[in-house]
Every structure is written in structure tokens, then in C-alpha cells.
Design a protein around this ligand. Structure first.
Ligand code: ZN
Length: 81
């Protein structure tokens, strides 16, 4: 599952390494979806994050209501001062 990473970063000369994270917030058209225990790609030099196509598919399925989220949590929103 980790072999989808390991390619060169498109922003610097670093390498994108697979990293398992507890939670990652994905932005989509109407808000955010948070995936837990997800493997993402992180550049070992600049820290840019990369997502596998199947991860983005999952985000889209939840965002569009095709998949049910495990739970929904409220996120505080405020204007900047
Ligand atoms: Zn980079």
C-alpha cells in the first residue's frame, strides 16, 4: 500500500514518503472531511502533502453523501480579527 509514494516532490528535490497519520483534514467544495488512520505522502524536505487517488475518492464519497461517515463533529468557525 505504501508503494504509491516514493516519487519526487513537485515543489522541491525531496522525496515523497508514505506516512501514517492519526487524522488528516481534506478540503472539498463544501467544507472538510477528516479521515483517521490514513496513509498520506509527505515530502521529506518541504513537507508538502500528497494524497493517493483512493484516499481522495473516499473523501469525495463521504463529502457527496455516498459513504456514511463514522461520526460527524462540529468545527468552530470564526472571522479573523
Ligand atoms: Zn518537497
Amino acid at each position: 500500500m505504501n508503494k504509491q509514494f516514493g516519487y519526487g516532490c513537485e515543489f522541491c528535490s525531496g522525496t515523497v514518503k508514505a506516512k501514517r497519520v492519526d487524522r488528516e483534514a481534506f478540503k472539498h467544495k463544501t467544507g472538510f472531511v477528516i479521515l483517521e488512520q490514513v496513509t498520506i505522502g509527505v515530502c521529506d524536505q518541504c513537507g508538502s502533502r500528497y494524497y493517493a487517488a483512493e484516499t481522495l475518492k473516499r473523501v469525495h464519497a463521504i463529502a457527496s453523501g455516498k459513504s456514511k461517515p463514522t461520526r460527524t463533529q462540529r468545527v468552530p468557525v470564526a472571522q479573523a480579527v
